[in-house]
Design a protein around this ligand. Structure first.
Ligand SMILES: [Zn+2]
Length: 421
């Protein structure tokens, strides 16, 4: 599991062996306080001693990760120096390999996207060509932004699952043809000459959402429903992103949401994979969408264009298009009620490259329908909202994985030796 919860949820420990962990706790507390914090406030927030806070802040200042930003007078006594994050102290690259379009971003330490590029991912493109294109794009972003490459901590890649996290490989993702056990991590690291980490796209989206969260959302449980060429769920429970035993949690494609729906390759009828994906919605609404039909083999660019037309036609009020989307909303609600009932989450976040085009229409149906099916509806409300991070969410999450790895040592790996000592 990756821990990214906020200062409110994490306390430090004054054991000497926990220095690196404490450093990440302090850095995270400063990162999540836009107005900055004094050393005294840091000690109060983290439970660390004044001496420990002072030593760690010295290290963070020396590493250029934080800056001193003026003094604050609070009643009698010495004015307190305010410490703020130094956004330009570290950077990370993130790439989202989607079967339709690949997005590459450069993120600063504050999580702001300071440069971005989108390149097509044509179906016929071979994996080595796609990998070469991503490497070339990272070079361009670094050159154009003028960022010192020595301050870039690495490149995270969000990719469709299943992934082999040990080999850093993609293992026959259904929507990326020809990607049979492609060692994406090592090949890209060789081309881009940088440390590379591969993460599943839905997990990266959940990490991005958590990374961008406020202290009030620290420790929460949520589901991120990711609508890309395929559909997946990113899960966070009690402030920790759920990875599963091999990084492949969140495969929801064969949950049945319409028992009378079309037959699925798995043998059941009306699975998410054949009733909720952009391709299946486009096929269902075909009679009301103009333009070339998608070919027999999933043609991602054509599906993308037809999906935009479907959303436009529905927005103009074409009754049959509206009916298709309202029916889809009910299926999405059935899917989400299965997940929200299983995990009892605080929040449902919807996003991914296809979501924004459906947002307005689906949100008229989804909240009421999910609530109707929710077991805990009489006990607590849940928030249902679009991602704050827009279509770049998975690329941002991939970059956040790098920042998190280089700045926040894993809680669990550090706790083990401390307990056994
Ligand atoms: Zn199925």
């Amino acid at each position: 599991m990756i821990t990214l919860d906020g200062a409110a949820g994490r306390r430090g420990t004054n054991l000497p062996a926990m220095g690196d962990f404490n450093q990440s706790v302090i850095l995270e507390a400063i990162r999540r306080a836009p107005g900055g914090l004094s050393r005294v406030e840091l000690a109060e927030t983290t439970g660390l001693s004044a001496q420990t806070v002072s030593n760690i802040c010295r290290r963070l200042l020396d590493a250029d990760l934080i800056t001193e930003a003026g003094k604050e007078v609070l009643g009698p006594g010495k004015p307190r120096t305010i410490l703020r994050l130094n956004p330009g102290g570290r950077f990370a690259l993130g790439a989202h390999l989607d079967p339709t379009v690949t997005t590459i971003v450069l993120l600063d330490l504050a999580g702001t996207v300071i440069a971005r590029e989108r390149i097509g991912t044509p179906l016929e493109q071979r994996p080595d060509e796609v990998i070469g294109a991503i490497a070339a794009s990272t070079d361009r972003l670094l050159r154009q932004s003028g960022v010192d490459a020595r301050r870039v901590a690495g490149l995270g890649v969000a990719a469709p699952g299943p992934i082999d996290p040990v080999a850093g490989a993609l293992v026959d993702p259904p929507n990326l043809h020809g990607w049979h056990r492609v060692p994406l991590r090592d090949e890209l690291a060789g081309r881009a000459r940088i440390e590379v980490v591969v993460e599943k796209d839905v997990t990266a989206a959940a990490i991005a959402e958590m990374w961008a969260g406020s202290p009030s959302t620290a420790g929460e449980s949520f589901v991120f429903l990711y609508l890309g060429t395929g559909i997946g769920a990113g899960l966070a429970v009690d402030g920790e992103v759920v990875l599963g035993s091999a990084g492949n949690a969140g495969e929801i494609g064969h949950i049945v949401v319409d028992p009378d729906g079309p037959e699925c390759g798995c043998g059941a009828r009306g699975c998410v994979a054949v009733t909720c994906t952009p391709e299946s919605l486009v096929r269902e609404a075909w009679s009301v969408i103009d333009g070339p039909a998608p070919g027999e083999a999933a043609d991602t660019a054509r599906v993308d264009a037809a999906f935009t037309r479907l959303a436009d036609v529905a927005e103009r009020g074409e009754p049959r298009a509206v009916e298709v989307l309202d029916r889809a909303a009910v299926r999405f609600a059935r899917l989400l009620s299965v997940i929200t009932n299983l995990l009892d989450v605080d929040r449902v976040v919807l996003g991914g490259p296809f979501w924004s085009r459906l947002d307005a229409r689906l949100m008229t149906v989804l909240p009421g329908e999910i609530d109707r099916l929710r077991a805990a509806r009489g006990i607590h409300p849940i928030a249902i909202e679009g991602s704050r991070l827009g279509d770049d969410v998975a690329a941002i999450g991939a970059a956040a994985v790098i920042l998190d790895r280089s700045l926040s040592p894993r809680t669990k790996s550090l706790l083990l030796p401390a307990f056994s000592a």
